[in-house]
Every structure is written in structure tokens, then in C-alpha cells.
Design a binder for this molecule. Structure first.
Ligand code: ADP
Ligand code: MG
Length: 717
């Protein structure tokens, strides 16, 4: 086994990067603006990569232009006039003998107007649009020329960069060009960090060549390939970027693995006792995942395991078995859920299972106040509370655990990457130190079990969660019949209501989900409150209940308990029931305004039915304005119940950033790579990451720094 590589921790210990102000035109003001783009060094400037390209290397005859082209053309001004439509604007018609086109300006000066006089020649660059069969360009870049001026064209395709206020394309381009054209700057700040054999094996061009090419593609470079991001030079950079991302997660993981954790060895007396009480036996997948977790819990290093399992695959019982191991070994367990409602559900399940075994289950949420709070904190602090269930409130500073051995985070996708990483720290700082340590002074960290129902494709999961071990519950308990889904227009609402009526009379319990709790102007979602009233009105013989996020905890609990007990037939709800709610007798779900919800949310919601043996149905009601992607989503829901298929479609429709809940976090805010497009690189990148960690550990930090900055982003919560 190779020992874990030494990773330089302190990036700041390296010599400070040469200042950007070495470049002509960059003073303190510009430097500050560059900082807003994440550019702090000459290397950062080189790795500020184009988002797209323009071809300014040739002139196009006007007759050949098509809507969508971004091109340079020239012609003679035929007519310039001011038009008064909804807005005042300046129109100028130009022609080059092959065709004519209109330039349209909404903002213009008198001087500008005067300059565009009939008979003058003009050269323009811009995006061609088609307007009622006629071509036009809005606000082109232009300059007046002499008819016979030769084209002073660019020598290469023009890169378009992400910019910021006060720092436009031209300036950025000139700074980057300065670096590229100065061997001293360019070469000095560019180290090849990929192992030579990887470069050779992948057939990658050298880094310098690749960078030069993406900033300055020659005129004959394939524009479409470049725009698609699949040119070999771009793929080489994408490879390195995804590698950086994996290395940073693996580094986090390696650091965490150096910590100590209590080894939770037990005879499994408690878990065997629980299994005996259950009305079912575990599936093979549950047994396997349970074994994987048990193995980790026996170790003296902290478990970092992600359990993925589709909705209804039975993650809760797997979590309960892990909890029992910790309890039997004499440690506390914290179970955290993203919503109050789900946390309450867990409290019910766990109390039911654990209290007969004399295990104390403690509740703590943000809404636990006053005396109850004081008592809860005391029980957690002195160890009377063995299993503590709650919301994020569990990780406030004032919550001090006695001996926390295991943290379970349910429905992790609702928390986001930053929170997950931050929790790791908090779990540790709330740990009482030293007294349980076998090595004297080392601080102990609790084990972590993370559960998610967002089934993302495995290669993607392995990259995005490279800091975690992965277990997959890839089997549903037997006897489930797939939910049958239909998509129905809002206009047929009455039919749906009578269907609900019949179902309730037949003893089937029903959810009616409304996306928002109050009428909102911009989102015209049905208000749950109003829906409940109108349904109650329409179906007076049906026992109707209402649940939404603004109810008091105790009221929510009462409603859920009544629904569970069968005292409510029809539960009108907001998406608070999205996660975790488990009422096996409910077999019909209506989702109002379904087109407004994302695929994974729809899948989660629908997962509330189909939990028993009887046939379940889901009706997706959509409003009038159904977009193309909305249509695609609903069709996917109708076609499949498989969470992995749905996730794959979601990836295609939305892209991975949103799927992972990390669009804004910086973790998958990629510059040049694209998780979906570059999926097939991922397994090779994983191998390369291993190789670098074992053979070139000194490259780890520079690669991460080059692509992800100084890593501080992970700590911003
Ligand atoms: P999720 O993975 O969505 O959290 P739950 O843990 O809530 O799923 O389980 C869904 C339902 O399936 C619960 O009612 C649970 O009791 C039941 N269940 C779990 N495991 C099994 C099993 N092996 N056989 C039958 N039913 C099971
Ligand atoms: Mg669950």
C-alpha cells in the first residue's frame, strides 16, 4: 500500500506570485477589477479561458449572411433615418452590391447620426438577425472606412472572455495577448503539471501549445469544434480542470482520513434485535450497504460514506442499523434532516424502533425553545440523550455533545456541498476531545453517513463526491408496483377532482401537492390554502387536511399523524412533503402546476406514493404555458419511475451543476470542462489523479491552485 502522500498544506508558504502590475496597462484599479474575475496572477490571466469565439479574419458579402452569423461585413450607406416606434431609434441601410442589411441603434448621439451619411462606406461586426425576412444587426461594432481600404483583419479567431464591469473584451484581450507574446512572461508562468506518460498516452498537445491555441486559434481552426469545446487543445485543458477538481476532493479526503475516530466495535446485539422486530427482511442491497457501513465503523478513522438509493429504497432502516452500532459501542448519534417535517418523521420512526430497546431519542430543532431547549442541550451534553434527531440546529455552536460517534445526514442533496464540508468541521469541534483518544492528544472526529435520493450517474458521482466512499442501494423492496403517471391539462381539472373523489371513497388516501402556499403574483401557483378550501367545498364527504411550511411544528405533526392513521383521506400539501414522508397507504398523488417543478423534485414528490403493495397513480397537472423543457420533463416522468434514468435525463435537460445542487458553489463552476460532454474522460482522470497522488505529490497543490484558486471557496458557507 502506498502511504498517503505528503501534501503541502500551506500554499502561502510558496514565494508570492509575480504581480499583475508588471503588465503594461494594469495599475491598482485594473488589478482590483481583475480580482473580481478571480485573476490574481499572471498564471490566472493565462487560465482565464474564452467562453466562445468570433471569426473576424475575413469579410463576408452581405448577400451571404444568415441570421445567427457573427461576422465582419462592409457596405455603402444608402439611407440613415430616425424612426419612432415604441422607442426612438436610428436605422441605417447599407448595401455592398450582393445584398443589403439594416443597422439598428437604440442609443445614439447626434454626432453618430451625422457620421452615418449616405454614400459613406462602413465596416461592421456583429450578430446577424432576421427580422420579418429582412436582415439586420443591432448595435454593431463599426467604423467608417475608405471604400478601398484593405481589410485590416485579425490574424486569428477572436476569443470572447468572461468580463466584468469596467473591464471589457478589448482590455482583457490585450492583457492576455501581452502575456502570450512575451516569452519571459508566458514561459515563466507555465509549468507542465501532468505526468509525461499521461500526456503521451492521451496524445495531448503540450500545455503551452494548448493555451496558445485556445487564446489565439488560427483562422483555419475548426470554429464549430472550438465552439463545442471538443478541440484536442480544449480537451487537454478540460482534462486538467476536472483533474484539479478531483484532486482537491481527494486531498480533503486524505486529510480527513488522517484524523482519528472512535472504532465502534459491537456484537450487533441491538441491530439483531431490531431486525427481528421488523415486519420485513432487508433486501440484498440493504444488507450489502449495511456491511460496507459496519466495516467503516469498525475503523479508527472517520467513515465518510455516501449512501445513494432511489426514493423508497429503504435508506432509513440502514441508517438505523448504523446508529445502533454506535449506541452499542457507547457513543451518541446525531441524525440531521433538511426539513423540520422530515426530521419529525424520523423522530417517529426511530422512537418507535428504539424506545422499546431503552435507547433515549432526543429531539432538537430551531423551534425548540425555552425550557425544552435547555433540557435538550443538557441531555445532549451529559450523554443522557443517545440518539439526537433534528434539523441543522443540531450543529449550532451551543450544542455540545458528550461523545458523538456518528453523524447521519439525510437527503444530503438538499444541503449543498458547502454545508456538507462545513458540517465535517462542526462535527469535529463539537466532539469532546482527548478522553476517548487512544493516542493521547489526538482529537476525535465522528463517523459520517450521508444519504441521498438523488441518483446521479456513477461516474459523475465518483467525481463530484470524490471525497466520499460510495454505497448504492440499487434495489427496491419487493412487492412494489410502479407508479402509473399521467399528464393532464389544467383545463380538465374537474375530471381529476372526481377521480380523487372516487379514490377516497374507495379508501385510497391521496396527496394533492401545490407548489406554493400563497398566491404569488409572479409565480401564479395555486395556493395550497385555496386549493384545500375549494376541494373541501367540492368534496364535502371527503376528509381533507392541509399541511404547509408555515404551520406550527405541533400542528404539522398532528396533521401527519392523522394522515398516517387514516383519519384524513385527502392531504393538500406544499412541497414540504417532498422528502422522506412515508405513508404506505397513500396511493394517489396529484401535482398541481407540475411544469414548474424540476425533474428531481417531481421524482421525489412522486416517491411519496407507490410505497405499499396496491397500484399507485400520479397525476401531473399542467397550466397553459408549457415550455419545451417543461414538456420534456413531464414526458420523462410519464415514461419512467427509475431514478437513475430520470437523473440522466435531468443531466441532459439541465446540466450537472443544477443536478448536484452546486451551480453557485464554485465546486463545479467549470471554466472549460463540462461534466456531461466530458463524461468519458472521468475514469481516465480518476486514474491520473491516483498516479499524481502517489508519484507526483508535489504537483497536487499547484494543479488545484491553478484551476480552483486558493481553495478558500470550500470554506465559504
Ligand atoms: P427512502 O430510501 O426513500 O428513505 P424509506 O427508508 O422511507 O425509503 O423506506 C420506504 C418504505 O419501505 C418504508 O415504509 C420502509 O419501512 C419500507 N421498507 C424499507 N426496507 C424494506 C424492505 N427490505 N422490505 C419491505 N419494506 C421495506
Ligand atoms: Mg428517506
Amino acid at each position: 500500500m502506498n502511504s498517503s502522500p505528503t501534501i503541502p498544506h500551506n500554499i502561502n508558504a510558496q514565494k508570492p506570485p509575480p504581480s499583475l502590475t508588471q503588465i503594461r496597462g494594469i495599475g491598482p484599479g485594473v488589478e482590483e477589477k481583475l480580482g473580481r474575475l478571480g485573476i490574481y496572477s499572471i498564471q490566472d490571466l493565462l487560465f482565464h479561458l474564452p467562453i466562445r469565439y468570433q471569426d473576424r479574419t475575413r469579410l463576408s458579402p452581405i448577400g451571404s449572411l444568415r441570421a445567427g452569423d457573427e461576422v465582419t461585413f462592409r457596405g455603402e450607406i444608402q439611407l440613415t433615418e430616425i424612426k419612432y416606434g415604441r422607442r426612438r431609434m436610428l436605422l441605417s441601410r447599407i448595401s455592398d452590391g450582393t445584398g443589403s442589411i439594416t443597422l439598428r441603434f437604440f442609443y445614439f448621439s447626434v454626432k453618430q447620426q451625422a457620421g452615418l451619411e449616405r454614400g459613406a462606406w462602413i465596416q461592421c461586426f456583429g450578430e446577424i438577425r432576421g427580422n420579418a425576412g429582412k436582415l439586420e444587426v443591432i448595435h454593431p461594432e463599426y467604423r467608417l472606412i475608405d471604400k478601398n481600404t484593405p481589410l485590416t483583419s485579425e490574424e486569428h479567431l477572436t476569443a470572447v472572455y468572461p468580463v466584468t464591469d469596467g473591464l471589457g473584451q478589448l482590455k482583457l484581450r490585450s492583457f492576455i495577448d501581452t502575456v502570450l507574446s512575451s516569452p519571459a512572461l508566458f514561459e515563466q508562468h507555465l509549468n507542465e503539471l501532468l505526468p509525461a506518460e499521461v500526456i503521451q498516452h492521451e496524445g495531448f498537445p503540450p500545455l503551452k501549445e494548448a493555451l496558445y491555441f485556445v487564446h489565439h486559434p488560427p483562422p483555419d481552426a475548426p470554429l464549430h469544434t472550438l465552439m463545442a469545446g471538443t478541440h484536442p487543445t480544449q480537451q487537454r485543458l478540460a482534462f486538467e480542470e476536472l483533474l484539479a477538481q478531483q484532486l482537491s476532493l481527494k486531498q480533503l479526503r486524505a486529510q480527513h482520513k488522517k484524523h482519528a475516530a472512535p472504532s465502534l466495535q459491537s456484537q450487533d446485539k441491538l441491530s439483531r434485535a431490531l431486525l427481528k422486530q421488523l415486519p420485513f427482511t432487508l433486501t440484498h442491497a440493504q444488507l450489502r450497504v449495511n456491511r460496507e457501513i459496519s466495516h467503516d465503523l469498525n475503523q479508527a478513522t472517520p467513515m465518510q460514506r455516501l449512501v445513494q438509493g432511489d426514493v423508497g429504497s429503504g435508506k432509513t432502516i440502514v441508517a438505523a442499523l448504523a446508529a445502533l452500532k454506535a449506541v452499542e459501542a457507547g457513543y451518541q448519534v446525531a441524525i440531521m434532516a433538511p426539513t423540520e417535517l422530515l426530521a419529525e418523521q424520523h423522530r417517529l420512526s426511530f422512537s418507535l424502533w428504539f424506545e422499546p430497546m431503552d435507547i433515549s431519542v432526543q429531539w432538537l430543532s430551531g423551534k425548540t425553545k425555552g425550557k425544552a431547549r435547555t433540557a435538550a442541550l443538557a441531555a445532549i451534553g451529559n450523554g443522557d440523550a443517545q440518539v439526537i434527531i433534528g434539523t441543522q440546529a443540531l450543529f449550532q455552536d451551543e450544542v455540545i455533545f458528550d461523545q458523538l460517534g456518528l453523524v447521519i445526514i439525510d437527503e444530503q442533496h438538499r444541503f449543498g456541498v458547502h454545508q456538507r464540508l462545513a458540517l465535517r468541521e462542526k462535527g469535529a469541534s463539537s466532539q469532546s476531545t482527548e478522553q476517548h483518544s487512544t493516542t493521547g492528544h489526538q482529537q476525535q472526529f465522528p463517523h459520517q453517513l450521508i444519504m441521498t435520493a438523488t441518483p446521479i450517474p456513477r461516474t459523475l458521482a465518483q467525481s463530484a463526491y470524490a471525497d466520499l466512499d460510495l454505497s448504492i442501494i440499487d434495489e427496491l423492496p419487493p412487492g412494489r408496483t410502479p407508479v402509473e403517471t399521467v399528464v393532464i391539462s389544467e383545463q380538465r381539472r374537474d375530471e381529476v377532482v372526481s377521480r380523487v373523489h372516487k379514490a377516497c371513497r374507495d379508501g385510497r388516501q391521496t396527496y394533492w401537492v401545490c407548489p406554493l402556499i400563497e398566491e404569488s403574483e409572479n409565480l401564479q401557483c395555486q395556493a395550497a390554502q385555496e386549493t384545500a378550501e375549494s376541494l373541501h367545498h367540492a368534496l364535502p364527504d371527503v376528509r381533507t387536511g392541509l399541511i404547509h411550511g408555515r404551520l406550527k411544528a405541533i400542528e404539522k405533526e398532528r396533521v401527519m399523524a392523522a394522515f398516517k392513521a387514516g383519519d384524513i383521506d385527502l392531504l393538500v400539501a406544499t412541497t414540504v412533503i417532498e422528502v422522506g414522508v412515508d405513508v404506505p397507504n397513500a396511493s394517489l398523488m396529484i401535482i398541481d402546476n407540475a411544469e414548474r417543478l424540476g425533474l428531481s423534485q417531481l421524482h421525489q414528490l412522486r416517491g411519496r406514493v407507490g410505497r405499499g403493495a396496491q397500484q399507485s397513480n400520479c397525476v401531473l397537472l399542467y397550466g397553459t404555458q408549457l415550455s419545451k423543457t417543461g414538456k420534456a420533463r413531464l414526458a420523462t416522468m410519464r415514461e419512467t419511475n427509475d431514478g437513475f434514468v430520470i437523473a440522466q435525463r435531468d443531466l441532459e435537460i439541465r446540466g450537472p451543476g443544477e443536478l448536484l445542487g452546486t451551480r453557485q458553489t464554485g465546486l463545479v463552476n467549470l471554466r472549460i470542462a463540462d461534466f456531461q460532454r466530458d463524461q468519458e474522460l472521468l475514469p481516465r482522470i480518476a486514474l491520473c489523479a491516483e498516479k499524481i497522488l502517489s508519484d507526483f505529490p508535489q504537483h497536487v497543490t499547484p494543479i488545484i491552485k491553478r484551476w480552483l484558486g486558493d481553495g478558500l471557496r470550500y470554506k465559504e458557507v
